[in-house]
Design a protein around this ligand. Sequence first.
Ligand code: FCB
Length: 396
Amino acid sequence: MNNQEIKLSLPNGFLLGAASSAHQVEGNNKNSDWWMYEEMGKLPKSGKACDHYNRFEEDFALAKQIGLNAMRISIEWSRIEPAEGKWSVSELEHYKKVLRKLKDLGMTRMVTLHHFTLPRWLADRGGMATREGAAAFGRFAWFLAQNLKSEVDLWVTINEPEIYAGMGYRFGIWPPFKKSLPGFLKVIGNLIRAHKAAYRAIKEVNPDAKVGVAKNSVYMEPYRNKWTDKQAVKIANFFANHYFFEKIRKQLDFIGLNYYFYERLRLDLKSGFQRVKPSEEEARSDMGWRTHPEGIYYLLRALRKYNKPVYVTENGIANASDDMRKRFIAEHLYWAKKAIDFGVDVRGYFYWSLTDTYEWHDGFGPKFGLVEVDFETQERRVRESARVFKEITVNF
Ligand code: FCB
């Protein structure tokens, strides 16, 4: 795809935005479980991160300047409820200011309630490994729905439930560093409960609210044209891409799709179930993640059966040299448009991320931002690739 081909017409009202999460950009999230483990030396320190807590106005102004008309942010639970049942009025006021700033800029506001971190008090009691965790999340959602009713356009309850449960409870890479399959499954069950509790709470306060989930999805293909490989894809595809949605189908006003991963699967007696490693020629990000824009089309098509509006809630590339990002975005949008033409009700695309961020256990290494951040000086510089959003027409 060359530059001339970038001209796409997207439906009127289509959201072109960027996504972020509180812990990754705000800085000083001292009451969260992540911060505690960072202090213990088990994770890279997030410190001031992008100091977005103090610089949100500057950051949103840049988003607007780039040509974005929406932002997906998250609200840090551990700021709002630093101790059980103690709600922080000053932090609530802070988020009101943040959300009003977006409104003043004419931007649509998508807000995530759980993006990987937990208040420390809840983590100490077993977090999402317990049913109480799910119930506490419902109360948090209720509190926000009451207090931010007119400040949120789209609510996302949970970000990437399977990644959260997998990294924390199955692979032991994120808090609470557990490695147990039954533990993982239990957390998935509680995240389903947590979503439902939050959905009910928000709708009770405001029946017109739009509430969804942002789910990580993997585009999978069989490695060979063989029955076994195809079966492997069928089964893995169900569990990775559909199980969670099936469980919450009745409590879902829209679907959020986070797309980063493409896999080829093989299954045979000799080597068992395998994810075939990318070959040298395949396009890959700085993190080694293989890029495959066409995959978004097939994933979106498969969501048509739910008959709900869909947002691409995350899609992005770690690319410090910025030589791949523009094309990456344009191609994903091109395939998203194809899905719209096919009949999927895709209403928006959020690039991950507006700025470079604290990338969890990878610290400040990966550079996803449309805006480069110098973490010493906190200076921002818009990357060349960000122009792509001005070159796209949002109109028929
Ligand atoms: C997603 C996360 C997000 C960010 C990107 C790169 O899995 O939701 O916070 O780290 O990956």
